[in-house]
Design a protein around this ligand. Sequence first.
Ligand SMILES: *[C@@H]1O[C@H](CO)[C@@H](O)[C@H](O)[C@H]1NC(C)=O
Ligand SMILES: *[C@@H]1O[C@H](CO)[C@@H](O)[C@H](O)[C@H]1NC(C)=O
Length: 286
Amino acid sequence: MRPRITSSIILAAGAVASASPSWPASSSSSSSSRLDARQSSSECSALHIIGAREANADMGYGSTEPFVTMLLDNLPEVTAEPLKYPALGGDDYHASVSYGLGVLMNETQRIFDRCPETKMILVGYSTGAQIIDDVLCGGPDPPSLVTDTILMPPEIGKKIAAVIWFGNPRFIGGMPYNVGTAELGGFAARQEGFVCETYADRIRSYCDAGDLYCSQGDSELTHGTYPVKYGGSALRFIQQRLGINSTAGEPFETHGDRPSAGNWISRPSHGVGFLALGTTLALLLS
Ligand SMILES: *[C@@H]1O[C@H](CO)[C@@H](O)[C@H](O)[C@H]1NC(C)=O
Ligand SMILES: *[C@@H]1O[C@H](CO)[C@@H](O)[C@H](O)[C@H]1NC(C)=O
């Protein structure tokens, strides 16, 4: 199956979401008993992707979808789940980001507790990238995150194999992990000269000049085309990080069936096929 490649136009911080998404429920008691017992390594994938979508996108992978699909098709023993946060815009933007920080913290902790050997790949689009940025690199990001503390505990941070940001509002020019033509910072830009030292060699941050959200431009189209334009570059970076010798051919090519990877697997192209770590995502999607 060939992944669908969509170049959606994204409204990162625009109007209030038309439909109010359900807020994630905390883990149900039925799933927590399963999570209590560390599962055998055969039930844990080697790699697990978390895709954090942009504000105002429906629950799911949002604009990370084509790239997450590409990773699922090109990396071995890989599973994925979307970050289940509200992704609201307008007046609720900052509260939604703050909530997303907690969700990402909890989810990475949960993965680590259950599958301590699993390496994680974090993919964020726009607001989703902002959330990952704040968790890994710290604040302040007022009013979403008023402290400068780095939230991610080091023992879990060690499990983060690679981080991909598309159109991150925290973008500033000059960071060593920047890719693209942008120089001006985004609407939640970092302080001039900031570098996320701890994760610098694991991050690729894609932002082009003219992007409305990561670089003070006026183009939503620019903001929406990163997976198509840079997906191959980001995939190669991840393969490099993982020490995988890529004989995979063209990035968007698929390789038929991959080995079953436990019960985490999600195929974004299937729409609603995800089962994330035993939680009841299906309920959230209804
Ligand atoms: C994260 O987990 C803590 C502890 O279980 C819980 O109190 C908090 O509500 C969770 N946060 C989110 C955003 O799910
Ligand atoms: C992959 O491995 C082969 C054999 O070890 C080597 O010759 C080749 O240069 C490698 N390719 C890359 C892209 O690393």
